[in-house]
Design a protein around this ligand. Structure first.
Ligand SMILES: *Cc1c(COP(=O)(O)O)cnc(C)c1O
Length: 389
């Protein structure tokens, strides 16, 4: 199906395999196991000699449909789904790395990702170096003979730094390493890292792929041989996705492009408005010409995305005042929802890191992050304006 249709069509129709009933909408197969015609077929299914469903830790038709659809949207040969975004990152590392291997990670990755590389994998002999996300020389300098993986997230959270995917892919490949890109913030609707040379795309499907804040999920997309390795780990270790969650995400993919396009357009309008506000010291949004990597962002993304961060004058007191003055926007750390959310990173998502490290990362006390949803821009703007002085 992949070569035949446009992406807009694949988002709606890729992965459909109707059952004997000919249902129109994708069926949800809530079953943990599958039956066989006879003992010989059971043996063939278990050995892999015959394709087919066995047990939901590693096979389920609803999960297969979600994987097929997401692979098509990312332009990848294969996809394997996981219980959460973190399960996708962990499974990738467990499948592709061994004790003694080295990983280069861009600074500003998701907090739990930072913890995983910095404090958990390190206990198993996998060493990580964190480099400034936008400094290509820092990546070059960090590569060594044991470097197996480069892991980046772009745009970064919350400062929306944009990493040059094609350039980092070239650096990784020259050193014989793979490049994995966490494509959570843009989704394939706005950015396709595999087209730019990445080897693997990783998703927290919890965010924009579901898009309505209902379920947890994750996925790894890429070449068949690489995804197969990740699948083998998941099959054995079990960080598998629930068929129900896969079904919700499968349906979420149908509206992904419409949502991302609309939410990005609203984010751009809000970012431009925030830049004109006297109480706002600085706005971080890749779609604005004032963004340091604006040109790069417009080259590798089809829009700026739905995350806008900004710094208010007056530090933490002013930031908290703005948060508390909102009446509609949800005060929560989540993002990727149709509902607009606001977060004060310094006291929440980045609250556990030292004030010095926070300052070095540019997460000031006046910084706020808004994940723009699908409400009217006028209402979102009015809600933010209440607390701006
Ligand atoms: C949320 C998030 C994750 C982790 O995903 P979960 O589904 O919460 O496990 C990873 N990366 C990014 C960029 C995220 O925003």
């Amino acid at each position: 199906m992949t070569q035949e249709y446009d992406l807009d069509t694949l988002a709606i129709r890729a992965g459909i395999e109707r059952s004997q009933f000919g249902e129109h909408s994708e069926a949800l197969y809530l079953t943990s196991s599958f039956v066989f015609e006879n003992a010989a077929q059971a043996a063939r299914r278990f050995s892999g000699e015959e394709e087919g469903m066995v047990y939901a830790r590693f096979s389920n038709p609803t999960v297969s449909a979600m994987q097929t659809r997401l692979a098509a949207l990312e332009g990848g040969e294969a996809c394997v789904a996981t219980a959460s975004g973190m399960a996708a990152i962990l499974s990738t590392c467990m499948a592709l790395l061994s004790a003694g291997d080295h990983v280069v990670v861009s600074q500003g990755v998701f907090g739990a990702t930072q913890q995983l590389f910095g404090n958990i994998l390190s206990r198993f002999g996998i060493v990580s170096s964190f480099v400034k996300a936008t400094d290509l020389d820092a990546y070059r300098g960090a590569m060594g003979p044991k470097t197996k993986l480069v892991f980046i997230e772009t745009p970064s959270n919350p400062l929306t730094e944009v990493v040059d995917i094609a350039a980092v892919a070239a650096i990784a490949h020259e050193a014989g390493a793979l490049l994995a890109v966490d494509n959570c913030f843009c989704s394939p609707a706005l950015q396709r890292p595999l087209d730019l040379g990445a080897d693997l795309v990783i998703h927290s499907a919890t965010k924009y792929l579901d898009g309505q804040g209902r379920v947890l999920g994750g996925a790894v997309v890429g070449r068949k041989a690489l995804v197969e390795e990740v699948f083998k780990f998941i099959r054995t270790a079990g960080p598998s996705i629930s068929p129900f969650n896969a079904w919700v995400i499968l349906k979420g993919l149908e509206t992904l492009k419409l949502r991302m396009t609309a939410q990005s357009a609203s984010a751009l309008a809000l970012a431009a408005w925030l830049e004109t506000q006297p109480g706002v010291a600085r706005v971080y949004y890749p779609g604005l010409p004032s963004h340091p990597q604006h040109e790069l962002a417009m080259r590798q993304q089809s829009a700026g995305g739905a995350i806008v961060s900004f710094e208010v004058q007056g530090g933490r007191e002013a930031a908290w005042r703005l948060v508390d003055a909102t009446r509609m926007i949800s005060i929560t750390a989540n993002l990727g929802d149709t509902k607009t959310t606001i977060t004060h990173p310094a006291s929440t998502t980045h609250g556990r890191i030292s004030p010095e490290a926070r300052a070095a990362a540019g997460i000031t006390d006046g910084l706020l992050r808004v994940a723009v949803g699908l409400e009217s821009v006028a209402d979102i703007q009015a809600d933010l304006a209440r607390g701006l002085v």
